[in-house]
Design a protein around this ligand. Structure first.
Ligand SMILES: C[S@@+](CC[C@H](N)C(=O)[O-])C[C@H]1O[C@@H](n2cnc3c(N)ncnc32)[C@H](O)[C@@H]1O
Length: 219
């Protein structure tokens, strides 16, 4: 997601500091003040999905990760307004690249990870940058609890096919997959992202898969 540099970006982010994680998390229980499930969205963009999910599931804690600070600024401001209006406090943000998540999130502390409309990086030389590349799956395995789930949505068939291959190679258990989410049995209750709304308004199909991380034989 490209974006012109935000005026007063740092100040605006500082005004939302209460919702920003800037140091390694000792425990999610300490961060949120409760023992509820923790769901992490990687590449949250402008935050529509995490705000929608947090409102729909107040009993779940959400951490949204975004590497572009000016994009995260918009998500932070949106979440701050929504949380203050509703009196809930179940969302935090972390501005960083997904490849640094093991430095900030305690091992095996996450119940669910969402990858929504991740950049497809179609060139072969960029395979390792795809968020479903096996190197990233190894990171997610370290973050997720035993039996934790990864949920993927994308409009990009190339990325979807690649992801299914990587999931299979990693020995993940498939819970569901569809190449037309909005017209499938899994459509009910779906919370749309910014990109998802744009693509589906243009009549494009949305692909989705949910996979479970189970113990590897050598673990
Ligand atoms: C195509 S946009 C999708 C945004 C949003 N998830 C949606 O569905 O509307 C992908 C977002 O992921 C972020 N992103 C891409 N690679 C990332 C990474 N390695 N770590 C963290 N964020 C990343 C980008 O900055 C961008 O905001």
């Amino acid at each position: 997601m490209r974006m012109r540099k935000k005026k007063n970006g740092e100040k605006r982010i500082a005004a939302c500091a209460a919702y920003l994680v800037s140091e390694p998390i000792t425990s999610f229980a300490e961060l949120f003040g409760n023992e509820r499930e923790v769901h992490v969205e990687i590449g949250c963009g402008k935050g529509n999905f995490v705000c929608g999910m947090a409102e729909k599931y107040p009993e779940v804690n959400f951490l949204a990760v975004e590497k572009v600070s000016d994009v995260c600024c918009i998500a932070l401001e949106k979440a701050k307004a929504a949380l203050e209006a509703s009196g809930t406090d179940n969302v935090r943000f972390y501005i960083a690249d997904a490849n640094s998540l093991c430095d900030i999130i305690p091992p095996h502390s996450v119940d669910c990870i969402y990858l929504n409309f991740s950049d497809p990086w179609p060139k072969k030389g960029h395979t390792k940058r795809r968020l479903t590349y096996r190197g990233f799956l190894e990171i997610y395995r370290k973050l997720l609890k035993e039996g934790g789930v990864l949920k993927l949505k994308t409009d990009n068939v190339g990325l979807f096919d690649f992801s299914l291959e990587e999931f299979e190679a990693e020995g993940l258990e498939f819970l569901m997959q569809t190449r037309d989410l909005h017209h499938s049995e899994y459509a009910e209750g779906n919370v749309m992202t910014e990109y998802e709304k744009n693509f589906s308004d243009k009549g494009m199909n949305i692909c989705s898969a949910h996979v479970r991380f189970i113990k590897k034989e050598n673990e």
